[in-house]
Design a protein. Structure first.
Length: 259
């Protein structure tokens, strides 16, 4: 286990260095911070609940641009190693394909968590400047944004293990959209009188990630109490789902022809 970790960690740190040199990361981060600051102007157009509007827009910007960074920066990392032929040098060493894939996943995850921290700092700064209240609900919301990003990075890693960057981005965006609609699709399916539709809706709901379970923005902004159990179960679900995706990605990547 220790030997495996000593092989995975250098790949992860190198992935972080590679990702932070990506211009798109800084572009998306810039727009995210700009939107958080711009929320003050948006709130000024309203006569009521200006502070809530600022924080609502801020949290939405953090979620949207974090996912954008996870997808559009991450999808090319494995493909780039194959295109540059550097993957052969790495795999020629005592490194398995699973360790290579896990190293890439951890490196990208550390990168998106780092930019999440930067966005959170900007969010806190704007909230303090406008006098908006902050409590543990926002900590819980940010924590689950991080868990959601872990799931999205795992999805991006899965698709990057066997397809092109463009298709990986398309598929990952599709999973992200469907993951936030999975509860609604399930409810619509269960309301149908056709048994096949109900079964299809159930299977789809179980297969797709329930990304809405990580969305506590509304509760945080409106001061609704968030229990530790709610955060704990959502985090456990996110970790388990990510592990399942990485196992599947490893299985596929082991059988991929890299020639």
């Amino acid at each position: 286990m220790l030997n495996s970790g000593s092989r995975i960690w250098p790949i992860a740190t190198n992935t972080v260095r590679e990702a932070v040199r990506h211009r798109l990361l800084y572009t998306l981060l810039f727009f995210a911070v700009t939107m958080i600051g711009f929320s003050v102007l948006i709130a000024s157009l309203s006569y009521v609940e200006g502070e809530r509007i600022i924080q609502d827009v801020g949290l939405a910007s953090i979620r949207l641009f974090s996912v954008g960074i996870a997808i559009f920066v991450g999808i090319g990392l494995i493909h780039g190693e194959v295109e540059r032929r550097t993957i052969y040098t790495i795999l020629a060493k005592p490194v398995t394909r699973s360790e290579f894939l896990l190293g890439k996943f951890l490196g990208l995850l550390l990168t998106v968590w780092l930019q999440l921290c930067l966005m959170a700092i900007a969010f806190v700064a704007v909230s303090v400047l406008v006098g908006a209240g902050l409590d543990l609900g926002y900590v819980a919301a940010m924590l689950l944004v991080g868990v959601e990003l872990m799931v999205i990075v795992a999805v991006a890693t899965l698709f990057s293990s066997f397809t092109t960057p463009m298709l990986a981005a398309f598929f990952t965006l599709g999973i992200y959209a469907l993951g936030h609609l999975s509860r609604d699709l399930y409810s619509l399916g269960q309301a149908s009188d056709v048994p096949a539709v109900k079964q299809a809706a159930t299977l789809l709901y179980r297969a797709l990630p329930d990304l809405e379970s990580f969305n506590l923005s509304t509760q945080a902004v409106h001061g609704v109490a968030i229990s530790g159990a709610e955060v704990g179960w959502a985090s456990l679900y996110g970790v388990a789902y990510s592990i399942a995706l990485l196992i599947l990605a490893s299985f596929i990547f082991h059988r991929r022809d890299l020639e």
